[in-house]
Design a protein. Structure first.
Length: 209
């Protein structure tokens, strides 16, 4: 709308800008600096049982958001399902993996009820396109027949910060998972996936507040 006002034929807007000591060209340059760039679209998850996505605005520059998300040692800062990490690689690229552990306590110190076999998590990077896209696959080594979880975060610059599209899916793993597919496709589980992604977006944003 502002771009259209700059070229309106009556000359009123240019007269107002002249009184304010601003030129139309200066406004156009500023608009180019802060213009929102939509994240690139990404492919669907293969073998997904259920998937959802959410948009999120992060009040920090793209470079700082990338530094946070691409550093495995900082994963516990923004991923509510991870309390600590181990066996961290020297660099993160497609195929990199490490060990993570579920948190054992709530932020207020109360213990979490997590089954022992779900406390250890293998995290593998399945896509890495610096600084615009990261995708991880989570699996539970002590539950080899369980479904895997995938998280993909697409990153783009936006006015005053960074725009994210956070997509998540539960990935079919075994014959046992296929028998459970109809259960996971119920609306309540699609809703719970959306809640998890919304919590993830809020957690990333809190790091920069």
């Amino acid at each position: 709308m502002l771009r259209e006002l700059l070229v309106e034929p009556s000359g009123l807007i240019q007269a107002i800008l002249q009184r304010l000591g601003v030129t139309p060209d200066a406004i156009r340059v500023r608009l180019a600096e802060v213009e929102y760039v939509a994240p690139r679209e990404t492919a669907e998850f293969d073998s997904a049982i259920v998937s959802r996505s959410v948009d999120a605005f992060i009040p920090a520059p793209l470079t700082k958001v990338w530094q946070l998300l691409s550093d495995p040692t900082r994963m516990a800062e923004w991923e509510p399902g991870i309390g600590s990490v181990d066996d961290v690689p020297e660099s993160v690229r497609k195929g990199s993996s490490w060990t993570a552990y579920a948190p054992l306590n709530h932020p207020d110190g109360k213990p979490l009820r997590i089954a022992p076999e779900r406390q250890k998590i293998r995290v593998e990077v399945t896509r890495c396109e610096e600084p615009y896209l990261l995708e991880w696959r989570y699996s539970w080594p002590e539950m080899p027949s369980s479904n895997e979880r995938a998280i993909r975060i697409t990153i783009a610059p936006a006015a005053g910060g960074t725009q994210l599209v956070i997509a998540g899916a539960w990935i079919r793993n075994t014959a046992v998972s296929r028998r459970r597919a109809s259960w996971l496709l119920r609306p309540v589980h699609r809703y719970m996936t959306w809640v998890q992604l919304s919590n993830l977006a809020a957690s990333i944003s809190r790091v920069f507040q």
